[in-house]
Design a protein around this ligand. Structure first.
Ligand code: FAD
Length: 212
């Protein structure tokens, strides 16, 4: 099984958590598809027949676009296809879908992505209102993960509309970066500080309490 920021995460796991957290990774989805939960005993049973007794269980329900998007016919079938230039729905005119509900491959589903997409949609709408051509969308994502106090890792990229491998239109990453194992404590602390600076910057921009 592979996952985002894997090498840096595995290093952090070995450094901080290997003696207190049991790690079970699998490529078989049935190993993790929950069929029974007993909140009294903490038992979680999976489709593959595994029974795990957890001290803490974070059960993630099947993921889809929000109910309002599904009932409005914007999804195909679970997520909403959009024009990657503008995030306009391809299922209904004059509707924009952004954030987690949108099919925005290769952009990850994140608050950073959703905010970046929101800026793109606003620019597109402004151009439409002023009856001028809108520039193709340019988007960005960064996802930070705090692995321990003063130690964080990150991954990110810029995204622009274009063909994905296989030819379907999507959002093509460029200038990608990812934290690597073996980075210095000073670099990890800088990433940690960046992560904590991001949230007030984001909410400040959304609610206009800081300038862009
Ligand atoms: C544990 C966890 C950690 C995460 N960490 C990060 C992180 O560090 N960085 C990052 O960038 N992202 C992170 N994310 C992802 C991030 O939270 C989502 O990508 C982001 O919130 C998506 O924004 P959204 O606006 O698309 O959807 P949401 O944030 O889900 O917002 C949708 C809103 O619509 C409301 N709503 C639904 N139906 C209706 C209706 N009919 N009428 C009115 N309102 C309605 C909902 O109540 C909700 O408030 C994390 C997610 C999780 C679960």
């Amino acid at each position: 099984m592979t996952f985002t920021k894997q090498a840096a995460f595995q290093e952090a796991f070995d450094q901080y958590y290997k003696d207190i957290v049991e790690l079970n990774l699998s490529n078989d989805i049935d190993d993790f598809t929950v069929t029974r939960i007993d909140p009294v005993t903490g038992e979680v049973e999976t489709k593959a027949g595994l029974t795990i007794t957890a001290a803490v269980a974070n059960i993630i329900p099947p993921q889809t676009a929000g109910a309002i998007a599904l009932s409005a016919g914007l999804a195909d079938p679970g997520w909403c296809p959009v024009d990657p230039n503008s995030f306009a729905s391809t299922k209904a005119p004059h509707i924009y879908v952004l954030g987690d509900s949108a099919m925005a491959n290769e952009m990850p589903k994140s608050a950073f992505s959703a905010h970046s997409q929101g800026l793109g949609v606003a620019a597109h709408l402004a151009a439409e209102i002023e009856a001028r051509p809108s520039a193709p969308g340019r988007y960005r994502n960064t996802c930070w993960s705090i692995v321990a106090p003063n130690d964080a890792i990150k991954i990110g990229a810029d995204y622009a509309p274009g063909p994905l491998p296989g030819g379907k239109p999507g959002l093509v990453p460029a200038n990608a970066f990812v934290s690597k194992p073996g980075e210095s404590a000073a670099e990890r602390k800088a990433t940690y500080d960046e992560a904590f600076a991001w949230y007030p910057t984001l909410t400040g921009q959304i609610f206009k309490t800081t300038s862009r």
